[in-house]
Each structure stands twice: as C-alpha cells, then as structure tokens.
Design a binder for this molecule. Sequence first.
Ligand SMILES: CCCCCCCCCC/C=C\C/C=C/C(=O)SCCNC(=O)CCNC(=O)[C@H](O)C(C)(C)COP(=O)(O)OP(=O)(O)OC[C@H]1O[C@@H](n2cnc3c(N)ncnc32)[C@H](O)[C@@H]1OP(=O)(O)O
Ligand SMILES: Cc1cc2nc3c(=O)[nH]c(=O)nc-3n(C[C@H](O)[C@H](O)[C@H](O)COP(=O)(O)OP(=O)(O)OC[C@H]3O[C@@H](n4cnc5c(N)ncnc54)[C@H](O)[C@@H]3O)c2cc1C
Length: 664
Amino acid sequence: MKGVDHLAHERNKTEFDVDAMKIVWAGSRHAFELSDRMARLVASDPAFQKDGRIRLGRKELFKNTLRKAAHAWKRILELHLTEEEAGWLRNFVDEPSFTDLHWGMFVPAIKGQGTDEQQQKWLPLAYKMQIIGSYAQTELGHGSNVQGLETTATFDPETDEFVIHSPTLTSSKWWPGGLGKVSTHAIVYARLITNGQEHGVHGFIVQLRSLDDHMPIPGITIGDIGMKFGNGAYNTMDNGVLTFDHIRIPRNQMLMRVLQVTREGKCVKSNVPRQLIYGTMVFVRQTIVADASTALARAVCIATRYSAVRRQFGSQDGGMETQVIDYKTQQSRLFPLLASAYAFRFVGEWLKWLYTDVTQRLQANDFSILPEAHACTAGLKSLTTTATADAIEECRKLCGGHGYLCASGLPELFAVYVPACTYEGDNVVLLLQVARFLMKTVSQLGSGKKPVGTTAYLGRVQDLLQCCCDVQTAEDWLKPSVVLEAFEARSARMCVARAQNLSKFENPEDGFAELSADLVEASVAHCQLIVVSKFIDKLQQDIPGKGVNRQLQNLCYIYALNLLHKYLGDFLSTGCITPKQASLANDQLRSLYSQIRPNAIALVDAFNYTDHYLGSVLGRYDGNVYPKLYEEAWKDPLNDSVVPDGYHEYIHPMLKQQLRNARL
Ligand SMILES: CCCCCCCCCC/C=C\C/C=C/C(=O)SCCNC(=O)CCNC(=O)[C@H](O)C(C)(C)COP(=O)(O)OP(=O)(O)OC[C@H]1O[C@@H](n2cnc3c(N)ncnc32)[C@H](O)[C@@H]1OP(=O)(O)O
Ligand SMILES: Cc1cc2nc3c(=O)[nH]c(=O)nc-3n(C[C@H](O)[C@H](O)[C@H](O)COP(=O)(O)OP(=O)(O)OC[C@H]3O[C@@H](n4cnc5c(N)ncnc54)[C@H](O)[C@@H]3O)c2cc1C
C-alpha cells in the first residue's frame, strides 16, 4: 500500500464531522473562513515559498525575510485586507520578522500606555508603516527584573526634553526583535529622573534611525546581537543591541497614561495603577497562549500523520507490518499531546475573552481584576509554552530517525518555538508571580475576602481539604464533577500546605525564596486546573456537528487523566485520590486512547493546516512520505556533485597515505 492510500483509509474510519470540528478549532465560522482564505493565499503565492530556507546563510536569510515582509505588506494594501486578515496573512508567512514586534508590541504599547494625543499622533504613522517600531525593554544586565533596568531618562526643564542615556555596558538594550537592522523607532524602557528624583521605569518613544537614509541618529549605537539557536529558525529576526549617548527627545514622547511629567518636571499620577506599565506584556502573553496551541498542533499533526504511514514489525506471512500509531506506547505519548493542543486552544480562547473584559473594565476605571489577569496570563503563558516546547521535541522522537531530518519540519519548529519559554518572561519567574498571587489569596481567606474568578475554588477550601474522591469504577472518571474536584482539591491542598510552610518564617520574603521550588509546583497545579476547567466549560456549550462533542469529551478526559497520571505524586501525597482510584484512571485512559485511535487523523485534519504552513514531508496531507523524502534528499547542496568538494585536498591524500603505509 502506498502512503497516499494509508491516509485515505484512515480518513474513512472517522466517526465525526470534520468540517464542524474545523470551525470549533478556529473558534467560529468567520474565523475559519478567514484563516482558510489567508492560508491558501499565502500557500499559492510563490513569493512566500519556504523551501531551502534552512540552507541560507544569515545575510541571505535575513534579506529573504525582508523581501517576504515587504511582499506581504504589498498584498495587504493591494487586497485592502482588514487588520484581522492581515494578521492571519503574516501568521501564515511563517517567518519571525520585525513586523511581529511592530504589530505585536510597539502598536499595543502605544495603545495601552499612550495618552489620547499620543495615540492620535503615533498610531496612524505606525498603521501605515511610515515608522517601524520595536519594544526595547530588556538590557544586557537585566531582563526579568524590569525595575533593575539601568537606562536613564532624565528630564531637562530648560529644553523640555528627556535625555536618554546608557550609563553602563550592562545597560545596553539587548534582545529586542526588529531592532538590530530594521526599526526606525522603539518604545524604550528607562528609569525616569526628574528634579534629581527617580520615579521608576517608564516607556519612551525614541527615534533610532533616520527616515531618509536609515542611518542611526547621532549618539545611537545599534546592531544585531548575533546568530541564535538552530538553522533558519529565529535567525530571520534581527534581535538587536542599542546604546544611547545622551539622546534628547521631546517631553511628550514619554508614554504618559500612568504618570504625567509636567513642563516643570513635576510628576502627576493618574488614577491608573502603576502596573499598567507592564500592560503590553499581559497582552502579548495572552496571544502567546493561543500561539502555543498552533505550534503544538503543527507538531502533533506531523507526528500523527507520519505515525499512521510508518510501519514497523508485526508482519506475518509477508503481510503488512504494524502502523506505529497502533502501538500503545506510541498512543500514550502522542494522544495526550493531541489532547493538549485542543486544551490550549480552548484556554487560549477563554484568555482572550478575559483580556477583552479586563481592557473594557480598565477603560471604565475598574482595575479590580488586573491582578487575576496578570496571574492568568503569566501562568498560562508559562504552562503552555513549556508543554509545547517539550511536546515538539517528543513529536520529533515519535517520528524516529526521520524526525531528526530538517525535512520533517520539526527541528526548525522546535528552534523557532523554544525561546517562547524565555521571552515575554522566563517561565519560572512567571510561575513565581502566580505563586505570589495564590499565597496572597490564601492569606486573605481568613479576613472574609471571597476569592473570585479562577481562584473561586479556594473559597471552598475547607470542603476541598476534606473531600474524598468517590470513584469506584473506571467509568466514574468520565464525570466532569469528579475530575474537577480532584484537580481543585489537589491545587487547594498544595496552596494551603505552602502557605502553612511560609507562615513558619519570620520574614515572608525569606520564606518565599526558601520555598520557591515548592511554590512553583503549586502554581503549575493551579494553572493545570484552569486548563482542565476551561475545557470542561467548553463541553457544556452547544457544539454542532455529528460526533464532535464526543471527540472533545474524549480529548478532555485524556488531557486531565494523563496529567493525573503524570503528577500522581501530587494527587496521592495530598490524599485527593487513592492508589486504587489512580489505577482506575489509568484503565480509563487506555480505553480513551482506543476510542481516539480511529479518529486521530481526522482530529489533526481539523487544524486545517496547508502543506505549505506545515512545511513537513512527514506531515503531508496525502501521506506520500517516502518518495518525497527521497526527492528532498537529492536537493541537498552536498548532492550537487557526486564527488564532494574537498575530496582532492583531504580524502584523496589520506587514502594515498594509507596505501603507502600498507605497502611499507
Ligand atoms: C496583533 C498581533 C499580535 C501578534 C502577537 C505577536 C507576539 C510577538 C511575539 C514576539 C516574540 C518575542 C518578543 C519578545 C518580547 C519580550 O520578551 S519583551 C520583554 C519581556 N520581559 C518580561 O517579560 C520581563 C519579566 N518580568 C516582569 O514581568 C516583572 O519584572 C516581574 C513581574 C517579574 C517583577 O515585577 P516587579 O515590579 O519588579 O515586582 P513585583 O513586586 O513582583 O510586582 C509588583 C506588583 O506588580 C504586579 N505585576 C507584575 N507584573 C504585572 C503585570 N504584567 N500586570 C499587572 N500586574 C503586574 C505584581 O503582581 C505585584 O502586585 P502586588 O499586588 O504588589 O503583589
Ligand atoms: C528570542 C528572544 C526574543 C526576545 N525579544 C525581546 C524583545 O523584543 N524585547 C525585549 O525587551 N526583550 C526581548 N527578549 C528578552 C526576554 O524578554 C528576556 O530574555 C526574558 O524576559 C528573560 O530574562 P533574562 O534574559 O534576564 O533571564 P534571567 O532572569 O537572567 O534568567 C536566567 C535564569 O535565572 C532564573 N531567575 C531569574 N530571576 C529569578 C528569580 N527571581 N527567582 C528564581 N529564578 C530566577 C530564571 O528562571 C533563569 O533560569 C527576547 C528574548 C529572546 C530569547
């Protein structure tokens, strides 16, 4: 049987309406139609082809990215695409570039932290790309500790300007994307100093390069920080280094929504909390959660299709060997990742809703849910990116040796994706933020303050500390209330135990530092509970399409029960479940794998990825893996000649030497 036939046969086994699932995955019919149209537009345009990208040297690679970004912008203008359509188009071009920072951080920072006048002045320029912006926060010496940044912005009342300066080597801006070679402007984060007094870190709009000849403004030193992990991958991005030698900017270029500096240099606080200065990070972390499901789904799509094509062992009487997807070990590694892709999709959808809600409340001067929005975006960004990076690597292993070939698409996907565990906040640092939020919530329980939102379950802590899981059969694990209670009880018990340990320390900060590794575990438990509960909420919605809800239920329980299995130590040590119940959960998990098996290919087809976007020979829609892999190998530049360059200098003399030695 040819690869093509393998997948056709697989698709015939499907037990649900794939087109309906495509809409569930996309979020709505509108989102599906729009993303589908943009994906096809990009895939059919030869200017966006990706072949051979990994073989390009840095300069060629970077120029190629500039070409694609310019072509994308041209098409966006020619086709009069909406902002939403343009976002999808850039997404499917599938190459990190300066435009990510321009649209993803520079514009949102002005929108979130700029006054109305600042928005009116700068946004039209940015929307028309008459200026290109970066987000320059991190420095050589400090990234996580934002309040430790060293760049200064000193107000000069004589000229009504700020003087932006890099006082030390470690104050050099380091990492901002798009900064190295492209951006004309940046939001630069610096310590505000007026009348000799410090007022914390704030954002400033600074012009970096001439709009005529692209040369740096005198006093600015700027360049690229060098090659990063992997071939191709994130090297399409010009992450930059930047220093300022007393650069002057007008006073009205400080983003002043949180704090205004008057003509006299007086600081006037608005009613907006200081934390709004961190608002752009909250926005981007929320988008990163949605992106995690996309990246994970790509890897899972490749590994699932290839697992159905690949056969090893089990042949009897010269018959067919077993498809590797039929091995229980393969299923137990692959299907939880498939379930995670769906789980992250739905929690991403919910987080987007939460972010929209927070934004509306902020506009109405209601800041009450900002701490929760921060904890949720930080925690879920951490949880989903860590899981996705690990999952891409697992998918590579699931594809055996061929997964290691660049033609599988997985090495590049991993290299592009893995920095998501670091940028927008190191994942451990972010979990520590969640832990602070959880400990604060627990400490306020006695005062009668009722926790709301994602911590509402902590309001039932007394019940959760005592509850006993009443699972008696494997089927009992298919009740949403049972699963939810087990996850709530585990998280509540971990939080309370950590809070009790913290209370033994005289100085809470010393306690927090000493117990930080345990605290991070509690944060993970809390974030996993959020994902499980949002998946369960999704199942309660009226989801049209034959068999769709059934598949989603199976995926939801696979996600939850696999976590229960993986973190069994937590569940058992906190007494949420018994070893017998854990064993029943495992029995149920195996049964769920068998139920998902015939639908696996259709469940990845529902992602609706084009072959262009997947960029993988192993993950091709038609399953025609071997002929294409063979064809691909011959494209390698090493195969341009039969006898390699270097033969005459290095191989031939060696062989001759061996011959001479042998004769002696
Ligand atoms: C339209 C298209 C969309 C496309 C999207 C494209 C996405 C593009 C992606 C491109 C890829 C890469 C770009 C990468 C960019 C970057 O990496 S930018 C740099 C990011 N840097 C970080 O994330 C730094 C991490 N560090 C921090 O966030 C903070 O410094 C930290 C929170 C760790 C500590 O802050 P401190 O103020 O020093 O300390 P603390 O006392 O702990 O906090 C005070 C107080 O503030 C609350 N808080 C902290 N952060 C936030 C926040 N973000 N929002 C709201 N509130 C926050 C904290 O809980 C405390 O509250 P409390 O009540 O006083 O306890
Ligand atoms: C590809 C990429 C793109 C980026 N793009 C941008 C950009 O556009 N703009 C921008 O401004 N920045 C950007 N960054 C920088 C990024 O935001 C920072 O690297 C990130 O916030 C982590 O900070 P750091 O490098 O200072 O790590 P560090 O804080 O130095 O982390 C090093 C280690 O120390 C640990 N650690 C640190 N603090 C604590 C603590 N309090 N408790 C326990 N452990 C701790 C961390 O967990 C980690 O293991 C980018 C980074 C990358 C990799």
